[in-house]
Design a protein around this ligand. Structure first.
Ligand code: XMP
Length: 531
């Protein structure tokens, strides 16, 4: 597919995926590459624009990540952000050094509206400049611009907050237009990719779906494809896309390990099974007894995770053997997985979670197919809606591969699974109801709505009284977190009245529970899950 694209060169900054997201919001396709990528490879990609990102180093130090001068001489517009801006100046003959004042946080900035980068940005202020706000985070600054550059933005402490060399299409911005604290940042990125780079803006989800269907058909031909469907967003969208492309040549194996949320197995079957809307072969394996058997007597968290992961693979392999040789094994890998596994950018975080314990050893396939590998999560969701996958599946909150197995502290038993399923169901029902009511009366999302929330079963049993009877039952812990990236999180401020309703219902409706806690721990030091 000859898609116009902008590439982001990653120097290890924390916002690099965000830069790529913002470019895609301008309907321009964008990929992230490490600064170590060979310049010839970059040329071959024929990008319409190149963005150099921020990074944690000082560009003038020995061994700091760098780029060649040639990058700026290819006639392709280049935009440097933060470290990228400093590096551009450094490589082209300017001077970067430690700033007398460290700028950090929301900062007032004056921008030159005559610069194409800042067209329609800010309100008029002094000396023909416009005033707006930006997010600054730097120790070094541009003391002297490289020859031929002119200053097009400044702050009180930063004499060169942006610079340009218009005739060569080179632009440098010291601040971070990609973060929300630069409210007009998206406009600046739009000005760069659409006006300066001249991208037409044809990257849309409907065209993605259409093109992918064509590509999958070409690649698969009349071959057979096997997909492990978990019911999560990614594998569901992958299933929907493959089904539209190749119909019954696709077989989805859904391993129900008995550790899913209440009714979830039936819901997945409802969408993808024989009575659902998709044309594919659907196999549901009800393996809960096998999993409960393996987990019996095991209470150590890592051991439980390992058992669940390995058993998952074994069950999947057994099913695959019954199907026989296939041509492709499909996976729901998405772009952040690719970047985080170190293949895309530079800021490689080793992914610590895997839904399954690795790739199956004994499945007979020739090639892997990953139809979502270029998409961000919200794009996967858009593609899902495009494909007609129900909203409740598309907007499902994250659910860990080992499922309720890691939401039951200590040994997993069928009885405990039922308790946690029922408590969790009540919790979700009440939070959803309260959030909807809030939305109706305030015309906006409830600010306390967690990004992830669930009930877990502690291994605490304590004395209580119900009616005239003394009880000795379990305590349920409710968790709800606000987070953007799931790497750090705060406990969500769910209204006390809502929590009280949940508590009442759980105690009254779920047998075996006589106490309910709300977990206030942030991450770190806590994790989101309890095991
Ligand atoms: P933690 O508990 O590490 O969770 O703070 C961060 C996010 O990752 C999810 N999580 C998992 N996801 N397999 C997964 O696919 C796992 O083993 C796993 N463990 C945690 C968790 O739900 C949260 O969204």
């Amino acid at each position: 597919m000859d898609q116009e694209k902008v590439i982001v060169i990653d120097f290890g900054g924390q916002y690099n995926q965000l830069v790529a997201r913002r470019v895609r919001e301008c309907n321009v396709y964008c990929e992230i590459y490490s600064y170590k990528t060979d310049i010839n490879k970059i040329k071959e990609m024929n990008p319409k624009g190149i963005i150099l990102t921020g990074g944690p180093n000082s560009c003038y130090e020995e061994g700091a990540p760098t780029c060649s001068r040639e990058l700026f001489e290819m006639g392709i517009p280049v935009l440097g952000l933060c470290y990228g801006a400093q590096l551009m100046m450094h490589v082209l003959g300017g001077k970067v050094c430690k700033a007398p004042v460290r700028e950090y946080g929301k900062t007032k900035v004056l921008v030159d509206p005559k610069s194409e980068l800042f067209a329609n940005v800010g309100e008029s202020a002094k000396e023909g400049f416009n005033k707006t706000q930006c997010w600054m985070s730097h120790f070094d600054y541009i003391e002297k611009m490289a020859p031929g550059f002119e200053m097009v933005a400044k702050t009180a402490d930063c004499p060169v907050a942006a610079a340009q060399k218009k005739d060569e299409n080179l632009y440098a911005i010291q601040f971070h237009p990609e973060v929300l604290h630069t409210p007009e940042g998206t406009k600046m990125i739009f000005n760069y990719v659409r006006n300066i780079c001249g991208c037409a803006g044809t990257w849309r989800m409907d065209s993605f779906v259409e093109n992918s269907i064509k590509e999958i058909r070409e690649k698969v031909g009349d071959g057979k494809v096997l997909l492990a469907l978990s019911g999560g967003v990614d594998s569901s969208v992958a299933a929907g896309l493959l089904s539209k492309a190749i119909g019954k040549q696709l077989t989805c194996v859904f391993v129900d390990h008995g550790l899913l949320r209440k009714n979830e197995g039936d819901e997945v079957e409802g969408v993808f099974g024989d009575k659902g809307q998709f044309d594919l072969n659907f196999i549901r394996v009800n393996a809960k007894d096998r999993f409960y058997g393996k987990l019996s007597g095991v209470s150590e968290p890592e051991k439980k995770r390992k058992i669940i992961g390995e058993e998952f693979i074994r069950v999947f392999e057994e099913e695959a053997k019954k199907i026989g040789a296939v041509d492709f094994l499909a996976q729901g890998t998405i772009y952040p997985d690719v970047v985080e596994s170190g293949l895309g950018g530079e800021s490689a975080v080793i992914k610590s979670h895997h839904n399954v314990g690795g790739l199956p050893d004994y499945v007979d396939f020739k090639e892997i197919i990953e139809p979502l590998r270029n998409l961000f999560k919200d794009e996967v969701r858009k593609a899902g809606l495009e494909l007609g996958i129900p909203e409740r599946l598309v907007f499902r909150q994250p659910f860990p591969g080992p499922g309720l197995g890691i939401r039951i502290i200590g040994e997993v038993t069928e009885e405990k699974v039922t308790i946690v399923q029922d408590a969790d169901y009540i919790y979700r029902e009440e939070v959803e109801k309260a959030a909807e009511e809030y939305k109706k009366s305030h015309s906006e999302e409830a600010p306390w709505m967690p990004n992830q929330y669930f009930a877990a079963l502690t291994n605490v049993r304590s004395v209580g009284v119900m009616g005239d009877e003394r009880t000795y039952d379990y305590a349920v812990a409710l968790r709800g977190v606000k987070t953007i990236d799931f790497m750090t999180a705060e406990s969500a401020n769910i209204p006390f009245e809502v929590l009280q309703i949940v508590m009442n219902r759980i105690i009254n409706e779920v047998r075996g529970v006589n106490r309910v806690f709300y977990d206030l721990t942030s991450k770190p030091p806590g994790t989101i899950e309890m095991e």
